[in-house]
Design a protein around this ligand. Structure first.
Ligand code: UDP
Length: 141
């Protein structure tokens, strides 16, 4: 399987719970390398742009308001099959449906406050990594 990069965000709920390190441990224990990271408090415009694909969905406004409610931790994960591996680690969008032992099952409270974001395909991963880490800000390790 190819080495991939994927964009991960630890959302405001999980940052507020002080579980950044616990979530990083899940990534590293699964063989994913953190090759870029930064904390940010997203502006409304950034959150609207990032989730632009959902702009016509009924939950869009709440999603944007949630994503700007506090700081987030943004990282690029690199490794074999990183996109699917990260999605497996995250679990289902609704934490009630997420498999035991996944990040969302263990750290998320609801479908709106669901602890993490992860790119869902190579095309979106490339766009999302470039959105938050333009230029030379991602490292090869
Ligand atoms: N979301 C929500 N209500 C829904 C569906 C999605 O609040 O009914 C939010 C949720 O935070 C989710 C995000 O919108 O993580 C993006 O939705 P997507 O379907 O892309 O889920 P994900 O890829 O994050 O699992």
């Amino acid at each position: 399987m190819a080495i991939e990069r994927t964009l991960s965000i630890i959302k405001p709920d999980a940052v507020a719970k002080n579980v950044i390190g616990k979530i990083y441990d899940r990534f590293e224990s699964a063989g994913l390398k953190i090759v870029a990271s930064r904390m940010a408090h997203l502006s409304q415009v950034e959150a609207e742009q990032f989730y632009g694909v959902h702009k016509d969905r009924p939950f869009f406004k709440d999603l944007v308001n949630f994503m700007i409610s506090g700081p987030v931790m943004i990282q690029v994960l690199q490794g074999e099959g990183a996109i699917a591996k990260n999605r497996d680690l995250m679990g289902a969008t609704d934490p009630k449906k997420a498999e035991k032992g996944t990040i969302r099952a263990d750290f998320a409270d609801s479908i709106d406050a669901n602890a993490v974001h992860g790119s869902d395909a190579p095309e979106t991963a490339a766009v999302e990594v470039a959105f938050f880490f333009p230029g030379m800000n991602v490292f090869n390790r």
